[in-house]
Design a protein. Structure first.
Length: 649
């Protein structure tokens, strides 16, 4: 049976979205000799050729090995519709909408691929699930992993009853299936598994509900922009009925609630109107509220010479899970940004700004506190809330305490360019508290709040003593893509920390010859929760004979009793003995795959998201073409063979 596709009400702001956008672009190209800009800042009234567009707007990065952009060869292998979508609603939407018109987006896609645009480019074999009656019973009665950190404490730990994967069986894991996200080069949304279904977003904005064991498709929902965060499931009372909803956000700042059974839209809300507002961190349900963390790409936008920097402030927004109505908002920077001067281009500089939230909030039921980690200030003056853990009282919505990991960190992407036009006079090192805080309890009853930082430090705080520092351990060198990126896992005894420390061949992040260092970064360290001493260390896998390879371990870590799973930018997924650090299992995901949905599939770098372990199965997405990583577009599922392990005589 074909999967159900949720219907969405047409609205004016969806004019250039998805297949409607493709059809409109065809009409414009055929009927309009002059295209008037539909978006502010569009400079070209007459459509340029694809070659001209590529030469002036794209080649500087895509033809020169820039680590932050897929190569031209990679683009040539994509469906041309995927390129159009990236320019209209995806990762390149700012360039596509402000510098190109509709015919130009079409033309450059056709120029790169050498093929005429086909509106049916997003092809895959129908792999729909057979009709099934609505689910009944308790939503979370069976094994599940819900959201980013597997619960509001963000421990990234799965207990034995939910994991159902013994350490003796970890080494017997085999690939069960691969599912491709058609036409993508990045797979960066971590799945959630609840009630036998797997929910996962994609770079195209498609959110899928799959059968967790067969990967047949129950339904898909098309969001307005890429969906990076994990879907969160919950039961919500709407009127007199209790409904099962799935919540997620996109990289255009929209939050969604859909019915988990069929993907029908319940509500959609623009959480912030800022031009590059994004929802990268997953939501959590806490105290009857849906907590949404906000970030933006303004720090990256500041690298442009004509950019006005910077006005966006991070925030936590609480929504009514039944309606999407805003209940409260707490900014991470209290002051409204004001003009503080001008840059060398004569553009105004505003501040303070930044301290955005990239990861999921953590909720402390006992203290009724919401904990979030913040990034650097993108413009000054520096605030005490940047590179920090903030404790927000969920009842009063006030910030009760602040633990700052690094003071005075004012930085944006302009600081990594040659002219540094929007870089502050005394820039900081970009030491975000980028990963979710993790709340856990020791065997003696003491509670610990863990915070991992891009400085390479792990901080253990006392949540019951206003964030007092218990211990601190330096594990990595730190840097823009260094230190600890997307977070550790903890089993209540140890904390397992992956080391990033990715290095590049140039200090200019926009250098066209920028590449990754195949010798730098990586490693996994186990620390004792009680005092932070090192229990064991596991080295990285060295990169050999693989272009674009880095041993850095930027992805989040996952733990189960007896084993720890961690991936690397090289594409290797490994499982370690949690007591000794010995490698139990290794799988190289950077290869081609036959996929259950028939679309072309390939694995690549493992970045950002971590593995998910549920009911004896391990799930991971593979492919990350940013920052020099290997492109890919697959969701992989592993499980031991059905026969039991042989017992030695």
């Amino acid at each position: 049976m074909p999967p159900r596709r949720a219907r969405r009400r047409a609205t004016p702001d969806r004019l250039w979205r998805n297949h409607q956008m493709l059809r409109l672009s065809f009409i414009l190209r055929l009927s309009l000799p002059l295209t008037v800009g539909l978006w502010g800042g569009l400079a070209h009234a007459v459509a340029r050729s694809g070659a001209a567009v590529y030469a002036t707007e794209c080649a500087a990065c895509h033809s020169s090995g820039a680590a932050h952009a897929p190569s031209r060869a990679t683009l040539a292998g994509l469906p041309n519709g995927a390129i159009v979508r990236a320019l209209e609603t995806g990762v390149m939407r700012v360039v596509g909408n402000f510098k190109l018109n509709g015919p130009e987006r079409m033309a450059v896609a056709e120029y790169l691929t050498g093929k005429a645009l086909d509106p049916s480019w997003n092809t895959q074999t129908v792999h729909g699930c057979a009709p099934a009656p609505p689910s009944t019973g308790e939503l979370f009665a069976g094994p599940h992993w819900n959201g980013w950190g597997n619960g509001p404490h963000n421990q990234r730990f799965q207990d034995a009853a939910q994991a159902r994967l013994a350490p003796a069986d970890v080494g017997r894991l085999e690939l069960q299936w691969a599912f491709a996200f058609p036409g993508e080069t990045i797979a960066e949304a971590q799945p959630s598994i609840v009630a036998g279904r797997l929910f996962v977003g994609s770079r195209s904005g498609a959110v899928y509900a799959l059968d967790a064991k067969s990967a047949c498709v129950h339904w898909t929902y098309q969001a307005d922009a890429p969906v990076k965060n994990s879907v969160v499931l919950g039961e919500v009372k709407i009127g007199s009925a209790v409904r099962r909803l799935a919540f997620f956000g996109d990289l255009a700042g929209n939050a969604y609630a859909v019915a988990s059974e069929d993907g029908a839209l319940v509500w959609r809300r623009k959480v912030d109107d800022f031009r590059s507002a994004a929802l990268t961190g997953s939501f959590i349900l806490a105290a009857g509220q849906l907590l949404v963390p906000l970030t933006a790409n303004e720090s990256t936008d500041a690298a442009a010479r004509d950019a006005v920097c910077c006005v966006f402030r991070g925030s936590v927004v609480a929504l009514d899970p039944a309606t999407g109505a805003e209940l409260w908002r707490r900014y991470t920077v209290a002051e409204v940004p004001a003009k503080t001067g001008e840059n060398a281009q004569g553009n105004a500089i505003f501040g303070p700004a930044g301290a955005t939230i990239w990861s999921a909030p953590t909720f402390d039921e006992r203290a009724q506190m919401v904990y979030v980690g913040t990034g650097e200030n993108s413009s000054g003056p520096a605030t005490p809330t940047s590179d920090a853990i903030l404790a927000i009282d969920i009842k009063t919505t006030t910030i009760k305490w602040i633990y700052q990991g690094y003071a005075g960190d004012v930085w944006n992407m302009s600081c990594g360019t040659a002219d540094k036009v929007n870089c502050p006079q005394d820039p900081g090192p970009d030491y975000d508290m980028g990963s979710s805080p993790s709340l856990t309890t020791l065997a003696d009853g003491r509670r610990v709040l863990l915070a991992a930082q891009k400085s390479g430090l792990v901080h253990a705080l006392d949540p019951d003593a206003a964030g007092k520092l218990l211990w601190q351990r330096q594990l990595a060198k730190g840097g823009v893509l260094g230190g600890i990126e997307w977070g550790p896992a903890t089993d209540g005894q140890n904390v397992y920390v992956a080391i990033a420390d990715m290095r590049w061949s140039s200090h200019d992040l926009l250098d066209p010859k920028l590449g990754v260092d195949p010798r730098a970064g990586g490693g996994l360290v186990a620390l004792a929760l009680s005092d932070g001493h090192i229990v064991w260390q596991a080295p990285a896998i060295a990169c050999t004979n693989r272009v674009g390879c880095s041993p850095a371990q930027t992805a989040a870590v996952t733990a189960i009793p007896g084993a720890v799973f961690a991936g690397s930018v090289s594409g290797h997924l490994r499982a370690f003995d949690s007591a000794t650090g010995a490698v139990l299992w290794t799988y190289d995901t950077a290869r081609d795959f036959d996929t259950v949905n028939g679309a072309k599939g390939r694995g690549g770098a493992l970045d950002a998201t971590g593995p998910v372990v549920v009911d004896g199965w391990v799930y991971v997405v593979s492919g990350y073409s940013k920052w020099g990583g290997l492109p890919g577009n697959v969701l992989l599922a592993f499980a031991p063979p059905r026969q039991p392990a042989q017992t030695p005589p």
